[in-house]
Write a protein that binds this ligand. Structure first.
Ligand SMILES: Cc1cc2nc3c(=O)[nH]c(=O)nc-3n(C[C@H](O)[C@H](O)[C@H](O)COP(=O)(O)OP(=O)(O)OC[C@H]3O[C@@H](n4cnc5c(N)ncnc54)[C@H](O)[C@@H]3O)c2cc1C
Length: 435
């Protein structure tokens, strides 16, 4: 047989191998859905088992009386490199936030135009106490570095930096204390779900890069459209909802399937794409243990007039960390002529719902005394992201485990973000396929 024929025969054998491959994905969050999508695209026979009554995991949107309530305040960055490979941005009808923020401190309010794209636009009158000239120059320098061509990290843990906390990084950059407290603490507190800024600076530099290189957006009809779009790339019936997996079937040192209250299912490979605590329970693999969370409060308002900007709370010991009138970003979040506001608190898990909602109204009313705030409900999210302290990303579990037939997907194998989850799913699928 000549070389060309041998190559052809080999390729045919590989295709047959993949075609014949049966893969089970446990969990239909972004990681599981992406893993299933990539496997399906490569000809594998894939079935996803999801415990909940819908796809999306931590990225879901509930509709209540015409209001779209995302399960926690989340934004998507159009520059996310892995997510771009799998999502059709046009079909999501993305709606952008205005860059910058409105910073509240007590009764005072400062509009920060755009510290990333237009550092010169920091209003010096309002910011005389907050951002010094050197703060503006440092923001501009960081932004410029992000625009330079060069190695483009796929995820937070891949930024080529000595790791340290966000706070230490900002101090080393030379930002003034005032600017860190007024802007970075509430802004990155909202992204990291932790106002202490003790998380890895790689998350800071990666998200900063995403903001400089693209826009912060939400899909017009809610964040839940992202997983829905991924699920739509799979053939009908390949995601089994309300089908929790209780354990793995193991035989002679390899994983050969799953079991649940619905029975057993065998496969050539199992990709566990749950959150980290559940993955530890199911697989026994070493995964990150700590987590951070938030409580999202939903209010119908008479309109606060903050436009598409994020509201930040610079006050130390404050209850609300950040808020946004989300219906100003996409009008479809509220019924016609009405307004919806999300407010985020990073603590208060021990308080009853009524008290949380009352404290939210109290603080929001001090910012906007002329507006009304009618509580619509709240969502407690104790497990929002796995904790990402400095050094964490270098120690994350791999997508291929030492057990034959067992693979891990899930943000906790990359970084805690929509991009991290999608990248983890893609990588797990490639490991399953042996690519
Ligand atoms: C409040 C909040 C704010 C965030 N903000 C942002 C943001 O602004 N931008 C950003 O990029 N990222 C943000 N993130 C992070 C991002 O949403 C997550 O990193 C990502 O959604 C995690 O996806 P995943 O698929 O890895 O895990 P998950 O979404 O947790 O999916 C796991 C799935 O597995 C299922 N499952 C669990 N156990 C079982 C079982 N035994 N059997 C079957 N199924 C099971 C679950 O029901 C779930 O559907 C935020 C997250 C939260 C919660």
């Amino acid at each position: 047989m000549d070389l060309a024929r041998m190559r052809l025969a080999n390729r045919a054998r590989c295709v047959k191998l993949v075609l014949a491959m049966k893969v089970i994905v446990v969990g239909a969050g972004l990681a599981g859905l992406t893993c299933a999508k990539v496997l399906h695209e490569h000809g594998a026979e894939v079935e996803a088992f999801e415990a909940a009554d819908g796809v999306g995991g931590r990225v879901r949107t509930d509709e209540r009386d015409g209001f779209l309530l995302d399960r926690g305040f989340q934004v998507y960055f159009t520059a996310y490199p892995a997510a771009r490979r799998h999502l059709d941005h046009d079909a999501l009808e993305l709606r952008a936030f205005d860059p910058g923020a409105i910073i509240h401190r007590g009764w005072g309010r400062t509009v920060l135009s755009d510290p990333l794209r237009d550092p010169g636009g920091l209003p010096s009158t309002l910011f005389s106490r907050t951002a010094t000239l050197s703060d503006k120059i440092r923001v501009a320098t960081l932004a410029l570095k992000c625009m330079l061509p060069g190695s483009a990290p796929e995820a937070a843990g891949e930024t080529a930096l000595e790791d340290e906390s966000v706070l230490d990084f900002l101090r080393e950059c030379g930002f003034s204390r005032e600017f860190v407290e007024s802007f970075f603490r509430p802004f990155y507190g909202g992204i990291l779900l932790d106002r202490s800024l003790a998380a890895s600076c790689s998350v800071f530099t990666f998200t900063f890069r995403m903001m400089v290189r693209g826009e912060a957006v939400v899909p017009a009809r809610g964040m839940g459209e992202i997983p829905r779009q991924l699920a739509s790339r799979l053939p009908e019936g390949r995601v089994r909802l309300e089908s929790p997996v209780e354990g793995l079937l193991r035989e002679q040192g390899r994983v050969r399937g799953i079991r649940g209250p619905w029975g057993e299912r065998e496969a050539d490979a199992v990709a566990v794409a749950t959150d980290a605590p559940e993955a530890r329970k199911l697989t026994g693999e070493k995964v990150p243990e700590d987590s951070v969370g938030e409580i999202c409060l939903y209010y119908e308002t008479s309109g606060v007039g903050s436009g598409k900007k994020i509201l930040l709370n610079a006050e130390e010991g404050s209850f609300i960390n950040n808020a946004v009138e989300i219906s100003a970003v996409s009008e479809r979040y509220a019924p016609p002529g009405r307004h919806l506001l999300y407010a985020i608190t990073l603590g208060g898990f021990d308080l009853p719902d009524e008290e949380l909602l009352r404290r939210g109204v109290e603080e929001l009313s001090s910012w906007y005394p002329r507006a009304d705030f009618r509580p619509l409900g709240l969502r407690r999210i104790p497990y929002g992201q796995f904790a990402q302290p400095p050094g964490m990303h270098a120690a994350l579990p791999r997508n291929r485990t030492a057990t034959p037939g067992l693979f891990l997907a899930g943000e906790y194998t990359v970084d805690s973000s929509i991009n991290g989850a999608i990248l983890s799913g893609e990588r797990a699928a490639r490991e399953v396929l042996g690519r």
